[in-house]
Design a protein around this ligand. Sequence first.
Ligand SMILES: [Zn+2]
Length: 185
Amino acid sequence: MAPLPEPPAESPLPTLATAAEEPDAPARWRDRDLDALRTRGLTIPVEGIPAGQIADSFLAARDGARVHNAVDIMARKGTPVLSADDGTVLKVGTNTLGGNVIWAFDPSHRWVYYYAHLDHFRPGIREGQALSRGDVIGYVGTTGNAPKDAPHLHFQLLRLIEGKHYSEGAPINPVPLFVGTAVSH
Ligand SMILES: [Zn+2]
């Protein structure tokens, strides 16, 4: 499929109300959303890890039948985990599989980033806090179901689906969107 033309830089983001006026518009805008994300790219969310060192495990099997739908970035325990994009902290919490996790919105609130298996959070990080690309948000660990001898960041990119919880968004492979090498702090 041919790439869709970019909207002019000064045009506002389309709203859902406008989308409803054109029956075929939502799909078009979803693609435009992905084009916009691809254009700005994602910062590799683990400090010091070059893109070439990240194995694309998006379609790998997990626990038998489950598809991974995420990427695992291997790193030493305690390596800073960086915000992949500008945005806002949506949730700081803990769950069985992910251990210590952070959910964050992108600036347009169309995309959600999920960071899991954190050893610990950046002290003071809280829900609603603004994030800049490259901000330290936590540290690589093995919490949740991560093997204790294989610390890594489980990173997921989700496209929000209207009317669904943010954790039920559609997973998109983030690996082709990574740009450059994470900077050192
Ligand atoms: Zn994973």
